[in-house]
Design a binder for this molecule. Structure first.
Ligand code: ADP
Ligand code: MG
Length: 474
């Protein structure tokens, strides 16, 4: 699955010229990020890191990833409505993982009170790598599905133009014309707009719940702009603002500074460091409200690693999606081996296997955002230490995916231009809207390709490891 530019990779003058064109094109197209030094100001900004060249992606696997996205939307939505499944699946995890336990407590509390929310909006991103089989044939394997704050749907819509320019500069106009258009932020905004409309109050706003540190604001602005273009008012608030100024009326309508909020779109709230006591209280207030939360807390729980692992058990998908055998088959085909570390014989056995052969596995805690997983020797040491303690149930084990690396240049501000051996991860954005029991929208909204040097086992773009890329279908 080599891309047709192997010939130019070692042509240093051509690469240098292309790289300087690429950086200017990225700035012109708006592939932007705030700087590490000034993460909350836009006076001086830089480009978000990206590859010099698009990466080859097998077209059959690309199509497979798109084709299964609506199934994943249905699955996540079904899990979020299945109280017993979430309760049973997370029972062991919440005994040892405080963060998941706190989310779960809020989930149970709002269910007990009775859900005020009747319109549901899901925006997720299912991520995959191309596992290289023994005979060299790649297959599509899901890494995870992100059900909260799935990012880069905005910036990724601008990379194809940059890579098109680079290919032209390198004398590859025909290849440039084959790059696919892609605009997830528009699809995301259409979902938000639909939820806003169904909420049914013309004067209500959409609230982006944002982090204290906002380096990736331009990615969010892409979605925001699509909403303003549809005359939907957007406000940006932090948990601390909600704590100070948020309130519910008798009908549990949510108000911020006197403005009614129709939709809360979380770009925050997925890691423990996002929360102190006040922020947990703010989260609870939001969850109790009738505003459409994207995601509601049940959908966030549906995206935990523990749920992902339990889905791979025989019979589970069939129970969650009754009467949908084809969807189940499409979903299952993307699963890598996933293993529970719950206390008992099954967990003992797989822990011993992983300790004996750590390079076959990835050890994953219930965390998001990159940089949390354990590999190789570190995996072995940690697992050895916790193998007899319930602490192990806060993790899951997963087969390690081994993609075929390809050479590329990763462009990053203040970094030398050098060729790296790289692997890529493809994400497909899913959007759905449900009103009561009825699905009124279910779509795949676009894609994201992220690429990193093979020496990094883990980490996304925000974590400073992966960079934005554009798929070139082969
Ligand atoms: P997070 O929620 O932190 O993003 P992920 O499950 O996506 O957690 O893992 C983070 C990164 O670790 C992925 O982007 C990928 O690079 C790597 N990774 C995760 N699972 C695997 C796997 N099974 N095989 C190989 N690499 C993996
Ligand atoms: Mg991830």
């Amino acid at each position: 699955m080599a891309a047709p530019w192997e010939d130019v990779l070692q042509n240093e003058p051509a690469i240098r010229e292309a790289a300087s064109v690429a950086v200017d094109a990225a700035l012109l197209e708006g592939v932007l990020m705030r700087t590490e030094r000034e993460p909350n100001a836009s006076d001086v900004v830089s480009y978000a890191p990206f590859t010099l060249l698009p990466s080859a992606v097998p077209s059959a696997l690309f199509e497979q990833a798109y084709a299964v996205q609506q199934d994943f939307n249905l699955l996540v939505d079904a899990i979020s409505q299945n109280k017993e499944f979430l309760e049973h699946t997370l029972a062991s995890t919440i005994k040892v993982d405080d963060f998941t336990a706190q989310l779960f407590r809020i989930h149970m509390q709002v269910l007990e009170e009775g859900l005020a929310q009747s319109v549901f909006l899901g925006i997720n991103r299912s991520d995959y790598m191309f596992d290289c089989g023994v005979d060299g044939t790649p297959s599509l394997k899901q890494i995870e599905i992100n059900t909260i704050a799935a990012s880069f749907g905005g910036l990724t819509s601008r990379t194809a133009a940059v890579h098109g320019r680079v290919l032209k500069v390198l004398g590859k106009s025909k290849e440039a014309s084959r790059l696919l258009p892609n605009n997830p932020s528009k699809g995301l905004a259409l979902g938000i707009a639909k939820a806003w409309q169904l909420y049914g109050s013309q004067s209500a706003v959409v609230m982006f719940l944002v982090e204290e540190v906002q380096r990736n604001i331009f990615d969010q602005r892409c979605v925001e702009n699509e909403l303003w273009n549809r005359n939907i008012r957007v406000i940006r608030k932090r948990f601390s603002d909600v704590f100070e100024k948020g309130s519910l009326d008798d009908a549990k309508r949510l108000y911020m500074d006197g403005q009614e909020v129709a939709v809360v779109y979380y770009r925050e709230g997925y890691v423990p460091k996002n929360y102190d006591q006040q922020n947990w209280e703010a989260r609870l207030l939001l969850e109790r409200s009738r505003a459409v939360k994207c995601p509601d807390i049940a959908t966030q729980l549906a995206g935990t690693k523990k749920v992902q692992q339990e889905l791979s058990r025989p019979g589970t998908l069939e129970r969650l999606l009754p009467g949908r055998a084809e969807a189940v088959a499409r979903i299952r085909a993307t699963f890598a081996g996933l293993y529970s570390l719950d206390m008992g014989e099954e967990g003992d056995k797989i822990a011993a296997t992983a300790i004996a052969d750590p390079d076959r596995f990835v050890l994953k805690p219930q965390r998001e955002g990159g940089g949390n997983n354990l590999y190789g020797e570190e995996l072995r040491q940690v697992l050895e230490k916790i193998r007899d303690s319930p602490e192990r149930t806060s993790y899951i084990l997963m087969d390690k995916i081994k993609p075929q690396p390809a050479m590329n240049y990763l462009l990053r501000a203040h970094s030398p231009l050098q060729v790296s051996e790289c692997i890529s991860e493809l994400g497909i954005f899913g959007v759905y809207v449900r009103q009561g029991k009825e699905m009124v929208m279910n779509k795949a909204a676009g894609h994201l390709l992220r690429t990193k040097a093979i020496e990094h086992a883990d980490g996304g773009v925000a974590a400073g490891v992966a960079v934005l890329d554009t798929p070139y279908l082969v």
